[in-house]
Design a protein around this ligand. Structure first.
Ligand code: G3I
Length: 349
């Protein structure tokens, strides 16, 4: 029997996000599954500014070093995540020595130092970076983050420019969620086209793909892939998971969270996922992978956001303490129906 990376060989890379416990030996069974099944990894948290650059001039590379060494040891395509994001970035970035909000010039200098230091440290070792993450607003235009408000929309241009300067051979990606919603897709196209027209290096668009069962409209999914590919960049699914719990969208709504927190549906599958849901989840994955295989000339990588159901972030979002089952492997690292269905599909195509 083959494994995911073997079944998809020649189509696209198959990846997973790693927690620090995958590279320090604490999740040995789960790590050996990673080594068998996947040929690409991304850091779930340890390269985020909050973790790697917690205060000015202080870098904490221990976990990121371990992550990169692990990928090298196992010959994997290594993705760094993420350089510039509105979330998980410590406040000090935006405050100057006088305790005031820093100026455009100061913030650009800090961003440059951050990118040069982090990308520079792993030059020639990390294959690709999610340079800018989630810069698109949920309603319209670009998100009014501190990066945007202080620097202006060219914070994106500068981030890509600095990353390219720090490692001219690394691939550079724009990464965002809900890329199948028409207005967010259009904004991503506009954004990446603007960068490419200016001669800025952008190698690909990452569609995060935090979905839920029966949430994805396949024609929209397919249109995003083809629209992005038409720009001449690679397309990838960078954070794939399909929640089986109520609240199947990628958008946060406090109101809906509150509603489910009180409903009997709060935690409907606290033990195993029932067979009927296993089948439904498998079908949802198959529907996506059919499209991905059809467009394999445009897709360079599909990465799951986590290894098994025990540690997925979906157990805690948008409400903490639920029991989700969004991945291909269950809490004991056993392959689920969805795993077998995806594997069979790849082998027969
Ligand atoms: O490591 C600290 C620990 O020291 C502390 O005691 C504990 C208390 O809260 O927090 C721990 O950090 C948590 C971290 O995950 C590591 O487990 C953070 O609170 C928690 O917010 C963080 O969540 C991560 C989230 O991004 C925010 O950075 C999730 O694991 C991670 O899966 C998620 O990933 C994001 C992608 O980067 C971008 N796209 C969306 C995706 C899902 O939100």
């Amino acid at each position: 029997t083959s494994t995911l990376k073997e079944a998809f060989d020649g189509k696209f890379l198959l990846g997973t996000a790693l927690h620090v416990d995958h590279t320090n030996g604490l999740r040995a069974a789960s790590s050996s599954l990673v080594e068998k099944q996947y040929n690409s990894i991304v850091a779930e948290n340890c390269m985020k500014p909050e973790e790697i650059h917690p205060s000015e001039g202080v870098y904490n590379f221990t976990e990121a070093d371990q992550f990169v060494e692990y990928g090298e040891k196992h010959n994997m395509f290594i993705v760094g995540h993420t350089l510039v994001w509105h979330s998980q970035v410590p406040d000090w970035f935006f405050i100057n020595a006088e305790g005031k909000e820093c100026s455009r010039e100061e913030l650009i200098e800090r961003m440059k130092d951050h990118i040069y230091t982090v990308v520079g440290r792993y030059k020639g070792r990390v294959d690709a970076w999610d340079v800018v993450n989630e810069a698109i607003d949920d309603k319209e235009g670009l998100r009014k983050s501190k990066w945007y408000n202080i620097i202006g929309e060219d914070f994106i241009d500068l981030a890509f420019q600095f990353a390219h300067e720090a490692d001219p051979n690394a691939e550079l990606y724009y990464n965002d969620y809900s890329m199948i919603l028409p207005h967010r897709r259009a904004e991503a196209v506009r954004l990446v086209k603007r960068l490419l027209d200016k001669g800025i290096r952008v190698d690909g668009i990452g569609m995060q793909a935090h979905y839920g069962v029966d949430y994805v409209k396949i024609p929209e999914f397919e249109k995003s892939i083809t629209d992005f590919a038409d720009l001449g960049v690679k397309v990838m699914l960078t954070e794939l998971d399909i929640s089986v719990l109520p609240f199947p969208t990628e958008e946060i709504s406090a109101e809906i969270s509150q509603k489910y927190a009180k409903s009997p549906e709060f935690d409907p599958y606290p033990e195993n996922l029932p067979d009927s849901m296993q089948v439904k989840l498998a079908q949802n994955y198959v529907d996506l992978f059919k499209v991905l295989i059809k467009h394999q000339d445009k897709i360079s990588r599909v990465t799951f956001w986590g290894v098994n159901d025990a540690h997925t972030w979906r157990n805690n979002w948008p409400i903490e303490g639920r029991t989700d089952h969004p991945l291909l492997f269950d809490r004991n690292n056993q392959p689920k129906e969805a795993y077998h269905a995806v594997l069979e599909l790849a082998k027969s195509n």
